[in-house]
Design a protein around this ligand. Sequence first.
Ligand code: CP
Length: 340
Amino acid sequence: MGWAHRVLSGAGGVHSGMAHPSRHHPRHLLQLRGMNADGIRSLLSAAQAHDGMKPEGAALAGRTVATLFLEDSTRTRTSFQLAARRLGAEVVDLSGVGLSTSKGETLADTARTIEAMGVDAIVVRASQAGAPHLIADSVRCGVLNAGDGRHEHPTQGLLDALALARAKNLTGTFDFSGLTFAIVGDLGASRVARSDIEIMTMLGARVLLVGPAAMVPGGMGERDGVEIERDMDRAIDQADAVQMLRVQFERHGGRGIASVREYRAGYALTVERARRMKDGAVVMHPGPMNRGLEIDDAVADGSDGLPRSIVLDQVSCGLPVRMAAIERAVGVEIDVSGRA
Ligand code: CP
């Protein structure tokens, strides 16, 4: 079913002559840090109103979204592109093509060049933290951060919250008070962890950061609603959701891990550990997974007798979340007032 859309006041993209939106302009989605719970709940409600799997008509007909992925991606790039198309927008994919940055063009000039062709929103992934902010300072159109270095991955945080809310029947309130959300593993290298910490605490969850000191620096736990737990078994005794993180060998070459065997003994979500999770607790992983390292196959797949895995629900939630984020970026808002 299609939902009514309205163009937000002052919106109109690069062609409207609107004042230059700074990086603080509400249409950008650069990071979850600094947003408030109302803003987050409004985005999640808009996402929940989209089915995500069905064509939505032409809310964004005539609009163009550019995807600029300077780092590899399967889930995020595909779902941003599908989301834009489901809304009727045209998609220009600049990922993996030979860009003129190789000739010395700056990222800011590349972004301005893309925008000058009439693009209404730029989705960017980069290995440098802050690259989306730099682009947002250089263009007038909406900018969406699809993951920047070790900084943030805001749409991943949103889709993790949507998947958890659906699993716990909390889409009416998006209030996670009383829930304990454990994030396990390579947190220091993880932009997903940073966005998850922001959103889960904002929605009222207690967050446990679980891992060895080399991967979970003590400073990460120094904020309200967040605790560090070095003992994985104690963490899974308490958690209502366990978000396993990939060990990011490409970022640190495995420094901080004495051996794979030792890492698995301390922090993997093995079948044996999964069997001891609380009743109703769910298994999560943002992907891509190192099966057999941080998570056992049967646990990732939610095999019989094991806790429910919502790993693929997380992927599915990427579509409606990115639809809502794109609409906001181009200044079109779904009207959720008639939602049940
Ligand atoms: N979770 C995530 O960002 O996956 P991709 O790297 O495949 O986009």
